[in-house]
Design a protein around this ligand. Sequence first.
Ligand code: 5GP
Ligand code: ZN
Length: 110
Amino acid sequence: MAAACIFCKIIKGEIPSMKIFESEKTLAFLDIGPLSRGHSLIIPKYHGAKLHDIPDDQLHEVLSVTKKIAIAQGIENYNVLQNNGRIAHQLVDHVHFHLIPKPNETEGLG
Ligand code: 5GP
Ligand code: ZN
């Protein structure tokens, strides 16, 4: 845990979030600025800024949960995105995977 980290605060419940899934090692919640309806973030509870800071067991569970959310929500078309470093558009320095559903063009944000 890092005291100043937004996502660690979400894990601790100090900042509210719309949770989708929680286990001992992993948390998934809706993105506050969704790129499409259902855009979610899946994070390890272990605080690490970048992908290479995360132990393999945490990483495996985060990816497994990402897959299970896509299956449970019946999402057929989606992107999984994971940014590392400012130049690569990382804004929050706690590893997170974006699960971004790609709706039909007629659906939009709804
Ligand atoms: P990044 O650019 O670091 O890959 O993405 C960070 C994501 O975190 C953005 O999509 C942004 O909307 C989301 N985000 C930032 N602060 C919060 C917050 O307090 N709550 C939630 N639910 N999402 C956040
Ligand atoms: Zn953190």
